[in-house]
Design a protein around this ligand. Sequence first.
Ligand code: IPE
Ligand code: IPE
Ligand code: MG
Length: 258
Amino acid sequence: MSRALATAFSPQRRPLPAGLDPERLPAHVALIMDGNGRWARQRGLPRVMGHRAGVEALKRTLRLCSDWGIGALTAYAFSTENWARPGEEVTFLMTLFERVLALELEALEREQVRIRFLGDLEQLPPSLRQQIDEATQRTSSNTGIRFNVCTNYGGRRELVRAARRLAEQVASGQLEAAAIDEEAFAAELLTAGQVDPDLLIRTSGEQRISNFLLWQLAYAELYITEVLWPDFDEEALLKALLEYQGRHRRFGGVQTSR
Ligand code: IPE
Ligand code: IPE
Ligand code: MG
């Protein structure tokens, strides 16, 4: 294929906006996608329409993060507490996840995304689990952005699971209790092997963590925007990244010159 044709067929990669320093981008962005219901209510629509619009915002954000060279994106799609919502909304969400995954799998493969699902996947509907397994397998040897989707995820549940797995190793004599350190603990988390998020973005103005990545967010910069998730766009992401680049991360130390 000629060069011109190849360019014509390859999807447009958005360049990094001029104000952003490519050397100081977060390696890993975590995302609490909140406000879908309010977005729908403002428009007189049923809540689930907000979730549908939220999918578009997630696709946009993933593509931007990938184009701009961010190494990993972890998005909170469904918490262990979200089962408390009306049955219809839960069913809608599960069906939506499955459909979107089926529809987008080819694009994820093409764009070199490595998708993984973090959470208690056993409780999910079997057809969704099958789709998840397929997407995970088919993208596992990709070389681009790591995209973690937290589905039936709870930070406390993840910590308890890690503690239990370590206890089992101690009980069976494989591990000494004294050998349990932060590294050994982190290795039992669902994010084992991945760097911790540098930046947490939460939309819709709520100032809480809602049981998300309790261990991994220890030193993340928190950025909360009033923008409702379905409205989150390039401008909103850029604002978050600019603010992040303006912060002084001290990690418990003292300010050093930058
Ligand atoms: C976030 O939007 C999506 C999920 C939790 C699945 P919400 O559905 O929580 O929207 P609000 O907070 O009610 O506006
Ligand atoms: C957090 O949003 C969970 C997800 C975004 C999946 P919620 O809307 O469930 O959080 P709370 O209830 O406001 O804390
Ligand atoms: Mg909410």
